[in-house]
Design a binder for this molecule. Structure first.
Ligand code: DC
Length: 220
């Protein structure tokens, strides 16, 4: 008998996936795996080594042996690279584009997916990303595709970065989000797509509690 279950949350940057995933993990008492954090940490590794984030041959020199660990401290994911806690560093604005670039490389995706499947296979969890329902866990018990307009997603990200004290130019941020969407949707291997059996939720005009309620209604 199957004793664990999984929830896949996919969608573009800033659609609200991580907020939903965090809430679901608390409500359902299951693990939350933020898969974007893994691509972000991989980007930091390349930057550290001075390897361009589009350089597949360069990335191949370290990806198989990358020392990337996901740990849970009081139920919250912490991301470790080479033994260092990089959970805050991976959120720095310059890392977002680097992660988007490096995530287009097949050797990177194969390695990350292998790690994600291992974690998801051992316990019930909610995963957020771009390819969870379409590639990582095609048999996930529940699949949602969470989206919102580029404008709403830029507004949210702008406020979030401002609150953290980052200097941000709104128009640049808007363009960056469009560029990341393009990268995520147009890469050759496991691009961002709505899985055929995923439920679409457009959060543009919804509050967080409304989105949670909509998702929970399906899960019940
Ligand atoms: O969700 P995020 O913004 O933290 O993700 C960072 C980058 O990683 C994003 O631009 C696309 C990539 N990513 C991916 O390709 N596949 C995933 N499952 C998660 C993230």
């Amino acid at each position: 008998m199957k004793t664990t279950f999984s929830i896949a949350l996919d969608g573009p940057s800033g659609s609200g996936k991580s907020t939903i995933a965090k809430t679901l993990s608390k409500k359902l008492n299951i693990l939350y795996l933020d898969t974007g954090a893994m691509y972000r940490a991989t980007a930091i590794k390349a930057i550290k080594l001075g390897i361009d984030t589009f350089d597949e041959a360069g990335v191949k020199t370290f990806i198989d042996d990358i020392d990337l660990q996901i740990k849970y401290v009081d139920g919250t994911q912490r991301t470790y690279l080479d033994g260092e806690d990089v959970s805050e560093k991976i959120r720095e604005p310059h890392v977002s584009m680097a992660a988007s670039n490096i995530s287009s490389l097949k050797p990177v995706r194969l390695k990350m997916v292998e790690m994600q499947r291992k974690i998801a296979g051992s316990m019930s969890c909610v995963l957020d990303g771009r390819d969870i329902g379409s590639y990582v866990l095609p048999n996930a018990d529940y699949k949602f595709y969470i989206t919102a307009s580029v404008k709403v997603r830029t507004d949210r990200r702008y406020l979030e970065l401002k609150e953290k004290g980052h200097e941000v130019d709104y128009d640049e941020l808007y363009k960056e989000i469009e560029q990341r969407d393009y990268n995520d949707r147009n890469r050759d291997f496991a691009p961002l797509v709505q899985a055929d059996d995923a439920i679409l939720i457009d959060t543009s005009d919804m509050t967080v509690p409304e989105v949670i309620e909509a998702v929970m209604n399906y899960i019940k």
